[in-house]
Write a protein that binds this ligand. Structure first.
Ligand code: PLP
Length: 390
């Protein structure tokens, strides 16, 4: 089997597991306890926090450890919006992950906020001028993702953050897909908060972090014992934090240029083998391990089923339909893709560097699966849809 769904999740790296092991066994204390077990855990936590901060280019005290990307995004969006006295207007993009989009919708529904969703061009890119035009005197938060999970497009985050800063509006970015592949120095980006998640880069599921610029006002979402300087209550997952730190450090040494080159070989093979298929998202400004397509005239899910059964290649439906619904992807619709065509999307995402021959073979296999499925139009072979946003 060739697993090409790293955007959904990745296996835990061996070095990460080794780094975590002591904190799951001997050094298992509660980091808030005032005895030697607690102190040892607290020391491990402080070290992990400092190492996460070093990768993000911030102070350790600016790192809030969370249970993952969803929580980090919820904390940033709800926490900043509800803390700001500026007003009840939030600006976001039309292609955000549900962790951000649903947090904005919650503010609309229950807290009387207005949300402006800035559109994107055909490549899924937000124009800084469009963002500037959406800002108002009562805008309290601006949030645009660093890179999109479905189409891989990387935004001009520094330029977008500069637009918001000029107007005095805090800027959050969901960097869950970008972490591990792109340089995320928060000072260079000029963002006020940034969310990452461990399981997208070789750490376990259930750990993530939110960078929160010193001085940014933030209402907690989880209330309790006041851990994480009162910003996120709950007993800290020390082993998870250690794993996250190690995974970020390892990812920084990965060869992303070679990964992008392998991805390009794969894309070329798919496009050569599957007539009519086209790449979605930006042709070049995209995540290095990300390839996403529409294959008009077929069903994306049927292609994936055939691909896994006949060729041992595992991808995912790029449209990531909402659970239990047949709605086409809002991201692809925002890019101007026809709903029927949007329903034919497929996504392949790499984390480990694959052999070029292997990826080329996999790309041609996609073409063959498209041909096979295309020969039986209307095939209703079913693969259960994942919840939107993985
Ligand atoms: N944001 C983006 C862009 C994602 O792709 C995901 C996960 O798919 C999340 C947020 C949520 O992260 P987590 O799975 O850690 O909750």
């Amino acid at each position: 089997m060739l697993y090409l769904d790293a955007a959904a999740t990745t296996p835990v790296r061996r070095e990460v597991l080794e780094a975590m092991w002591p904190y799951l066994t001997g050094t298992f204390g509660n980091a808030s306890s005032h005895h030697s077990y607690g102190e040892a855990a607290a020391a491990g936590l402080a070290d992990a926090r400092a190492r996460v901060a070093a990768v993000l280019g911030c102070r350790p005290a600016e790192v809030v450890l969370t249970s993952g990307g969803t929580e980090a995004d919820n904390l940033a969006v709800k926490g900043v919006a509800l803390a700001r006295p500026r007003g009840r207007h939030v600006v976001t993009s039309a292609i955000e992950h549900p962790a951000v989009e649903e947090s904005c919708a919650y503010l609309e529904r229950l807290h009387g906020f207005e949300v402006t969703r800035v559109g994107v061009d055909a490549t899924g890119t937000v124009a800084p001028d469009d963002l500037a035009a959406a800002l108002r005197d009562d805008t309290t938060l601006c949030t645009v993702m660093t890179a999109n999970n479905e189409i891989g497009t990387v935004q001009h985050v520094a330029a977008l953050a500069a637009v918001a800063r000029e107007r005095g509006v805090p800027f959050h970015t969901d960097a869950v897909q970008a972490a591990g592949s792109l340089d995320l120095d928060v000072r260079t980006l000029g963002v006020d908060s940034l969310a990452i998640s461990g399981h997208k880069l070789g750490a376990p599921k259930g750990v993530g972090a939110l960078y929160v610029r010193r001085g940014l006002r933030l209402e907690p979402v989880l209330h309790g014992g006041g851990q994480e300087r009162g910003r996120r209550s709950g007993t800290e997952d020390v082993a998870g934090a250690v794993g996250l730190a190690r995974a970020l450090e390892l990812a920084a040494t990965d060869d992303h240029v070679a990964l992008a080159a392998a991805r390009d070989v794969f894309v070329a093979a798919v496009l050569a083998g599957a007539p009519g298929a086209f790449l979605t998202g930006h042709p070049t400004r995209r995540l290095p391990g990300h390839a996403s397509f529409c294959v008009p005239g077929t069903s994306g899910e049927s292609v994936l089923l055939r691909l896994e059964q006949d060729h041992g290649v595992v991808g995912s439906p790029g449209s990531a339909c909402a659970a239990g619904s047949d709605e086409p992807s809002a991201v692809l619709l925002a890019c101007g893709i026809d709903p029927e065509v949007a329903a034919t999307s497929i996504r392949f995402t790499f984390s480990d560097l694959p052999h070029l021959e292997e990826v080329e073979k996999a790309g041609f296999a996609v073409g063959r699966a498209v041909g096979d499925v295309g020969a039986t139009p209307g095939s209703t072979a079913s693969v259960s849809s994942p919840p939107s946003g993985v």
